[in-house]
Design a protein. Structure first.
Length: 390
């Protein structure tokens, strides 16, 4: 049989990438292996994020890597996707950190902000000097953000914010929050809220068994006064935040396959070296079936992501396609992680191997940025023309 580039590239998808795309992927992979992998177990146990690595991530150019100008790398969307893949091969929390900063904070500033907002925030967010978060979800409004209760009341040249957000990645450590709130007419608007403003609080949410190496927070606004110059003026309505979600969901679809690849690689090594009944696990047909299923689903996800990336780069993609990719790739990754956990036997429940960490993380990834079922509804709505959300 033809020798492939690596066991995680069974269909030589590498040959469909440009030199720049491969170099980008390889440099991020090298950094993750050298700098992140040695510390992830401790951070996962402690429930912390390695903040000391943030400047290095900035130097690597991963924050807003598909943005042109403002100190960003200006890469195409396939290279951006490969970055997400490599980060999540490390941990979903690492990819989350980077995709929130780029897709949910830098993107809305770029797409909906003023020149002054872009000039001030984007270069600082690109280096990691400033950290951002994105507040859409509320305690009573997750899948249905259109019902949000957070209010922005116009008062002269200012806005006064009241309300609460929940499950906000990086909230506690953020310098700026992109906050979505309704005005007196019920129109959804986006605001840049500096987190040192009086009346703003962001307590960390504890007790998570998933995405432990990621900070998750509540955001509380009690008469937080912000100037009108902090409003994102170029968008109003739910399509504002949903447009950001499309960017982040795109990155997640690539990221999840990175987590799947990590679980598969660990399974392959384990199956070849673990001896039972005097033979390596890899010699048993039921184990081979599991490995075969993993390779098959990873190849399909890789081709799906690549075609989505090419469509995005040509400007012809749509959000239904992004939903399908997020839905499929996270689902197969979770399946692979669960099978990998099983294949590792008792060792699969310890953090000596990465599989249970990925498995637990992927439960969050399945839920955030639109749950699996919400994406099923989005895809079905795109092909039937009928919405079944409400
Ligand atoms: P609906 O009437 O369908 O749409 C309202 C307007 O928005 C447009 N639109 C989109 N635009 C861009 N991208 C998308 N994905 C879009 N989906 C819809 C739509 O065309 C319409 O535009 P217009 O011009 O007609 O006004 O809205 P709906 O209220 O019926 O809701 C639809 C639904 C359920 C699909 C939507 O609300 C949804 O996606 N819900 C899921 C919520 C969600 O994903 N929340 C994520 C929060 S952020 C997060 O989880 C970060 S995790 C971070 C990490 O990585 O750590
Ligand atoms: P619900 O909406 O209550 O859904 C519960 C269940 O009901 C799900 O299975 C769902 O699929 C199902 N359901 C809901 N509506 C329907 C329907 N119409 N038809 C069929 N089934 C339905 N949000 C942010 O704004 N910013 C962040 O940075 C952020 N980070 C997050 C980090 C983590 C670790 C997690 C876990 C979440 C984060 N979220 C963030 C929130 C996330 O986007 C929401 O959890 C998600 O959108 C789902 O909302 P919910 O949890 O309220 O679930």
């Amino acid at each position: 049989m033809r020798k492939t580039v690596s066991p995680t590239d069974f269909f030589d998808v590498d040959s469909l990438l440009s030199e720049e795309e491969r170099l980008t992927r390889d440099s991020v992979r090298e950094w993750v292996d050298r700098r992140f992998m040695p510390v992830i177990t401790k951070h996962h146990r402690d429930g912390t994020f390695p903040m000391e690595l943030v400047p290095e991530l900035g130097e690597l150019g991963v924050f807003g890597a598909n943005i042109n100008g403002y100190g960003c790398a200006g890469l195409n969307n396939v290279a951006y996707g490969l970055i997400m893949q490599e980060l999540e091969r490390g941990d979903s929390g690492l990819r989350s950190f980077v995709s929130v900063q780029g897709a949910l904070v830098m993107f809305p500033i770029l797409a909906y902000g003023t020149e002054a907002q872009k000039d001030y925030w984007l270069p600082k967010l690109a280096t990691g000097e400033k950290i951002g978060c994105f507040g859409l979800t509320e305690p009573d409004h997750g899948s249905d953000p259109s019902g949000m209760k957070t209010r922005a009341r116009k008062q002269g040249d200012n806005w006064v914010l009241n309300g609460a957000k929940m499950w906000i990645t990086n909230g506690t450590i953020a310098d700026v929050a992109v906050v979505w709130a309704k005005d007196d007419e019920g129109t959804i608007r986006g605001f840049l809220v500096e987190t040192d403003r009086p009346g703003f609080q962001a307590p960390e949410m504890k007790g998570k068994f998933s995405l432990r190496a990621s900070i998750t927070s509540e955001l509380v606004f009690e008469d937080v006064v912000i100037p009108d110059t902090n409003r994102l003026p170029k968008v109003e309505g739910l399509k504002g935040p949903l447009g950001c979600l499309t960017q982040a969901r795109y990155g997640i679809s690539w990221g999840a396959q990175g987590a799947a690849m990590a679980c598969y690689e660990s399974s392959l090594n384990y199956a070849k070296t673990r001896i039972q009944f005097d033979k390596p696990l890899a010699s048993f047909q039921l184990i081979q079936a599991k490995i075969s299923d993993m390779v098959c689903e990873i190849v399909k996800a890789q081709l799906l992501s690549l075609q989505l990336g090419r469509l995005k780069d040509s400007g012809t993609y749509n959000f239904g396609q992004v939903s399908l990719a997020k839905m499929n790739n996270v689902n197969i990754a979770l399946d692979i992680a669960r099978n990998a956990r099983d294949l590792h036997g008792a060792n699969g429940i310890t953090d000596e191997y990465p599989v249970i960490r990925h498995m637990l993380n992927l439960e969050s990834v399945k839920t955030y940025e639109g749950t699996h079922d919400i994406h099923r509804l989005i895809v079905a709505s795109a092909v039937t023309g009928v919405q079944a959300f409400k």
